[in-house]
Design a protein. Structure first.
Length: 405
């Protein structure tokens, strides 16, 4: 990478304990993830923002869309959804002079795509004044945008930040500055591609009243994991991934998809074996990690490995690390008023200072809990039913080991 994000990325790698980026075997990286990325200054070790910098998950081929014959700003372009690569042709054809003209705009609708593009290339300052400076240096700005490889480095956190800026108005932009319109269509395509790659349910919406849920447990190919996670979350279920001895590969995939991992073996070791932390200190540590994921819109990944750590009876505690965190539909119950949500009980005044978005203390879209285990189905049923709260309500996804060959 030669973009603004490169220096921050390597700084983040070096300061995240156990992130694995510098020690992960190449084959595991190739199977589990695409290139990692960063979006701004190096975050503090152990934060969810640091986890987000670990990168994007393995690429999922986008669905084909209507072909685009032209890419000249101002020329007619089909208004249907584009793939990220197709939309990249629009950006490639923008002239620096078009971007300079956009820099003079006083229209917030026109300005929004340029501000989003700042986040896209890893700039933390998303103000219009900073966007104007980049637009006036048009050739360099276009070069940085194209170096991001059509959004392969977009993370859940960056999706959340771009969403906070506002919604792209394509109907209005069609009759406005051509460069702004091209940027908007490009960014939209990249964000849709990233959501598919990251397993985000996107615009599917809540299940219809007469819709039947999937018949969990399901046996799935490893390559199908993102879409099945997204479907479980759409039903407000906590996915339980039964890995059949492949937890290392599954956990690597989730880590590089910017899931915030809680290592059950580490919890067991620190509280029971090495006894370096009291149970109260551990609960507070887990609370802080979970809240960090919530405030940044990142999934919380509880990695059980080959253990049956007794979360239900020994670790979970109200207002610190409640049992409800294992049941997504209870932890964030959409039928309840915001102020009565279960997750609110975990949030402290001190957590609000760096909360992403306009509503400090409100859980960010993109958060949910997922549990992985190295066990097979029989062992998972035998041991995890006693260890995990709400085990019987989880959406169980069994990995077909044949899908690795």
């Amino acid at each position: 990478l030669k973009s603004r994000a490169a220096v921050a990325f390597w700084a983040a790698c070096c300061c995240i304990p156990g992130c694995g980026l510098l020690t992960m075997p190449p084959k595991a990286v190739a199977k589990g993830a695409a290139k990692a990325t960063a979006r701004s200054k190096s975050p503090a070790p152990g934060t969810a923002k640091a986890a987000a910098k670990r990168g994007a998950a393995a690429k999922t081929a986008p669905k084909p869309a209507a072909a685009v014959e032209t890419a000249q700003p101002g020329a007619p372009v089909e208004e249907g959804p584009l793939t990220a690569k197709q939309a990249e042709r629009l950006i490639s054809a923008i002239k620096p002079a078009d971007l300079s003209a956009l820099a003079e705009s006083v229209d917030e609708v026109e300005q929004l795509p340029a501000r989003m593009a700042l986040d896209f290339v890893g700039d933390k300052d998303l103000t219009w004044a900073n966007a104007q400076a980049s637009l006036k240096n048009g050739a360099q700005f276009l070069k940085e945008i194209l170096e991001m490889e059509a959004g392969d480095y977009i993370t859940r956190a960056s999706l959340a930040r771009m969403s906070e800026l506002g919604s792209l108005d394509f109907a209005a932009l069609a009759s406005k500055n051509a460069a702004s319109h091209a940027l908007a269509r490009f960014l939209d395509a990249c964000m849709r591609s990233a959501k598919e790659r990251l397993g985000i349910a996107g615009e599917q919406g809540a299940p219809a009243p007469d819709e039947e849920p999937p018949a969990w447990p399901l046996k799935i190919a490893f390559q199908e994991l993102p879409k099945h996670i997204a479907e479980a979350v759409r039903w407000r279920k906590t996915p339980l991934i039964v890995s059949n001895g492949k937890a290392k590969e599954v956990d690597t995939f989730l880590t590089y998809s910017a899931y915030v991992q809680l290592d059950a073996k580490w919890v067991l070791g620190e509280t029971t074996i090495r006894k370096t932390m009291s149970m109260e200190d551990m609960r507070e540590d887990l609370r802080r990690r979970a809240v960090a994921a919530m405030k940044n819109g990142l999934p919380l990944h509880i990695a059980m490995a080959n253990t049956a750590v007794a979360f239900k009876k020994q670790i979970c505690a109200e207002e610190l690390f409640p049992s409800s965190i294992f049941k997504f539909g209870v932890f964030q119950d959409l039928s309840m008023p915001e102020e009565e949500q279960e997750y609110k009980k975990m949030v402290r005044e001190s957590d609000l200072g760096d909360w992403v978005g306009a509503f400090p203390g409100r859980i960010k879209e993109g958060f949910f809990t997922i549990v992985t285990t190295d066990f097979g189905m029989e062992s998972a049923s035998e041991y995890l039913a006693e260890a995990l709260p709400y085990f019987e309500d989880m959406a169980v996804l069994e990995i077909d080991t044949a899908s690795f060959s």
